[in-house]
Write a protein that binds this ligand. Structure first.
Ligand SMILES: *Cc1c(COP(=O)(O)O)cnc(C)c1O
Length: 342
């Protein structure tokens, strides 16, 4: 290990003075729980997606958003399609909502779910836009309801339209390592369908209700929302810097994952296709740089035998550092090491 070289983490949230001031203002205001800052954050999030205000509900995490999206579509007892190559949050949310997970393989040319292989009997499909690469869900066949999982792709467009609104409902995550954060955890549900938004809003208001419905506390705090508002203002800047880093990797000749034409991705992850996974991660680590296998074989959401493409993605990819605060000098250091291995 070269301890004289400063460590380059795989991920680093970009938090500055604005986030500190916004959070401090809430701390000093005497109102800490869900309040006006959450409302402002929801409004500004709608503005960003160019949808009418009132079409977004902030919640405590992306997982909570997925769970509520499933409940709003009456997932209990229903088959729900999901990719086996994805985040465990999908399977957890389906099972907790009482649905039956129906696993689907990825494509070979993209780690996104193969819509053509989707179970025709499934009532609902969760379609995640993996690593910032949007998927056109117009081809989701006979599946009646689609939840777009935009946890990794905030800001991406499909034919110039922001993702999250092609299906019935979209969800976002503001976890610490995502494209923007609300201070560690947070999520959002968006929909053009008012019954869905009303359902989620009602569910979130769990306290002092007069009916006997079961609800749960999935609220976002005003401190989180205030940090989110500061981050949302910087989002275009974040995405631009991510694209610059991505382009530097591309210029270096790396076989790095990209989308097809017609969609406008965001550079959430720099995914290198390589057979030398462990060799590369070790070489980087010896130079004090952290890279990861984005999803490992034993993290697949179901037994991998039936899903050759998902298995391929677990065995042939390495995720390189990419985030707004990564400097050009750091990018050069990473490129040098990767070149010695490939
Ligand atoms: C992170 C993530 C989630 C879960 O979001 P949390 O805020 O961590 O609960 C769901 N789906 C995908 C694709 C994710 O990357």
């Amino acid at each position: 290990m070269s301890f004289n070289l400063k460590h380059i983490p795989h991920n680093r949230p970009t938090i500055g003075h604005d986030e500190e001031m916004m959070a401090l203002k809430v701390l000093k205001s005497g109102w800490l729980a869900q309040g006006s800052e959450v409302e402002n954050f929801e409004d500004e999030f709608c503005d960003y997606l160019k949808i009418p205000r009132g079409s977004a509900v902030a919640v405590s995490s992306g997982s909570a958003a997925l769970y509520l999206a499933l409940l709003s579509l009456n997932a209990k007892g229903e088959n729900v399609s999901l990719p086996t190559y994805s985040c465990s949050a999908l399977k957890n949310a389906i099972c907790l909502a009482g649905g039956n997970p129906v696993f689907v393989d990825s494509m070979l040319e993209s780690p996104n779910i193969d819509l053509a292989k989707m179970e025709h009997l499934a009532k609902i499909a969760i379609v995640p836009h993996m690593f910032g690469m949007p998927q056109n869900i117009q081809n989701s066949g006979s599946t009646p309801s689609v939840i777009e999982d935009c946890a990794q792709a905030l800001g991406a467009l499909n034919n110039m339209v922001p993702i999250g609104l092609q299906g019935d409902v979209g969800i976002f995550s503001f976890y610490a390592t995502k494209i923007m954060t609300t201070g560690g955890q947070g999520g959002m549900v968006v929909s053009r369908k008012s019954p869905i938004i009303e359902f989620v809003r009602d569910y979130r208001m769990f306290d002092a209700r007069k009916d006997e419905k079961n609800r749960f506390n999935f609220q976002m705090t005003d401190i989180q929302a205030a940090i989110g508002r500061a981050q949302l203002k910087k989002l275009p800047m974040f995405l631009e810097r991510r694209a610059e880093v991505y382009n530097q990797y591309k210029k270096a000749g790396f076989q790095i994952l990209d989308s097809k034409e017609g969609v406008q991705p965001v550079r959430f992850r720099a995914i290198l296709r390589t057979e030398k996974q462990l060799e590369l991660i070790k070489a980087l680590s010896l130079k004090n740089i952290s890279a990861t296998i984005p999803i490992q074989t034993d993290e697949l959401l179901s037994s991998n035998i039936q899903f050759p493409n998902a298995l391929f993605w677990t065995e042939n990819t390495v995720s390189l550092p990419i985030y707004p605060s990564l400097t050009d000098v750091e990018v050069k250091r990473i490129i040098q090491v990767v070149k010695t291995v490939l």
